[in-house]
Write a protein that binds this ligand. Structure first.
Ligand code: AMP
Ligand code: GLY
Length: 424
């Protein structure tokens, strides 16, 4: 089976690493990939949102399956673009249709979906650009802190948690006036939930699903979950506090209800669904959907999957996932992100990375790296590398992941030192 994987981050390196191990895997291409994915397959210089070029590549190279890493191609309708073209209609793309991808592409769409199908979530109201006065009047009822969300995709920056009414009012004005462009022409106001966050991932064929091992990521840049939001500074898998009882409630109240809701609404969803959850007093509340896997969660989740993930993805478009089982490795995995000093603000790139000797105890996944003219590996992004390790206990996984992260070096390297410490 020839596979084309779209994306270029750490999530895609981890996916490529897992897919390449499958006995079913023939050729594996990654578009555009990174120096890490080049060790799992062949990188091709195509943009994940250039659908015409991707379709031509798939036809010419007899691609049997397309796996989409990031959300942008899904929200832009790659599934529809392939299925509506007779030349590519027979090539399955793992992911939801454009309409179903609105679960990630529009916060108000997602909130209305949750409400319609009885999925527990924070209380909310939505307001459009012409409704500033009504929005300002509605703010105090949410209490403090209050959460303001740009409706559309805003490169991970569209969620603001305001601790004073004054701050909330001024941010609300700015957002409705276009702070995030068209993405904040609609704003969702949401009650703040206090609890523990975790991420649950399902692979669905539209009828049935398998759950991947659950994970917890660390989004803030600073220790003790302080400072600015980032794409994620580390992750652990599975989540020690996710008891069988809690997982049962998540499956019943979130996963099954979502799949039934999609069917009722006539939305076609054959791909990964990410449930971003807040656990409040042992009960799950849905904070967000993503129509893809998490980054950096995937870098911790892939090494914990014992089953052949490519075989399961092939079933999504083939025989279906009825009675499919996803087997999990015992123990835990931990991922530590090596970031560029200054991230998530400004940072330098083009800095040489050293200490890349792969240890037997851990994995290195590339995110923001590039090869220089002399084939030296250089930094090329805010999140540069992920160091992942497994252990029978979470402490062991963390120890090995940190040991490797400490050996890898580049100027102004930055690591959050407390990944997983709150849950061991
Ligand atoms: P989202 O993009 O909706 O996942 O929001 C980004 C982050 O903001 C989440 O991962 C949470 O840490 C935080 N967040 C979002 N909504 C809420 C909420 N209602 N209560 C508390 N924290 C929230
Ligand atoms: N780690 C959060 C995300 O992938 O959205």
């Amino acid at each position: 089976m020839n596979v084309l994987l779209l994306g270029s981050g750490g999530r895609e390196h981890a996916l490529a690493w897992k897919i390449a191990q499958s006995p079913l895997c023939g050729k594996l291409w990654i578009a555009p990939g990174n120096p890490g994915t080049a060790s799992c397959g062949e990188n091709v210089a195509l943009s994940p949102v250039d659908f015409d070029a991707l379709k031509a590549f798939c036809r010419q190279n007899k691609v049997d399956l397309v796996v989409v890493g990031p959300e942008a191609p899904l929200v832009a309708g790659i599934v529809d673009a392939f299925s509506s073209d007779p030349g590519t209609a027979s090539i399955p793309v793992i992911g939801p249709t454009r309409d179903a991808a609105q679960l990630e592409g529009s916060k108000s769409f997602a909130k209305r979906f949750m409400l319609r199908h009885g999925i527990p979530t924070a209380a909310y109201r939505e307001f459009h650009a012409g409704q500033l006065d009504e929005a300002l009047a509605a703010l105090p009822a949410f209490g403090l802190p209050v959460v303001l969300k740009a409706d559309g995709l805003a490169a991970g920056k569209g969620v603001l948690i305001c601790s004073t009414l004054q701050e909330a009012e001024s941010e609300l004005r700015a957002m409705l006036a276009g702070k995030f462009g068209a993405a904040s022409a609609t704003v969702v106001l949401e009650a703040f939930l206090t609890g523990r966050e975790m991420s649950v991932f399902a692979l669905s064929d539209g009828q049935h699903y398998v759950l991947l091992p659950c994970a917890k990521d660390y989004k803030r840049v600073g220790e003790g979950d302080s400072g600015l939001n980032t794409g994620g500074m580390g992750a652990v898998c599975p989540v020690p506090f996710a008891s069988p009882g809690l997982m049962h409630r998540i499956e019943e109240r979130m996963v099954r209800t979502t799949l039934e809701g999609l069917k009722k609404d006539g939305l076609i969803y054959k791909g990964f669904i990410y449930f971003g959850l807040m656990i409040v007093d042992n009960d799950p509340f849905l904070i967000e959907y993503n129509c893809r896997l998490g980054d950096p969660e995937t870098q911790a989740v892939m090494p914990m999957i014992k089953s052949d993930l490519l075989a399961l993805m092939a079933r999504v478009s083939g025989e279906g996932l009825q009675s499919a089982v996803l087997q999990q490795e015992p123990g835990y995995a931990a991922t530590v992100i090596l970031a560029s000093g200054g991230y998530p603000g400004d940072y330098q790139t083009g800095l040489e990375i050293t200490g890349l000797h792969q240890s037997e105890d851990a994995l290195i996944f590339h995110a923001g790296t590039t090869l220089g003219q002399d084939r030296k590996l250089l930094t090329a992004g805010g999140r540069v590398l992920a160091s992942t390790a497994r252990g029978s206990e979470l402490t062991e996984a963390l120890r090995k992941a940190y040991a490797q992260a400490n050996k890898l070096n580049f100027k102004a390297k930055f690591i959050r030192k407390d990944i997983g410490f709150d849950i061991i």
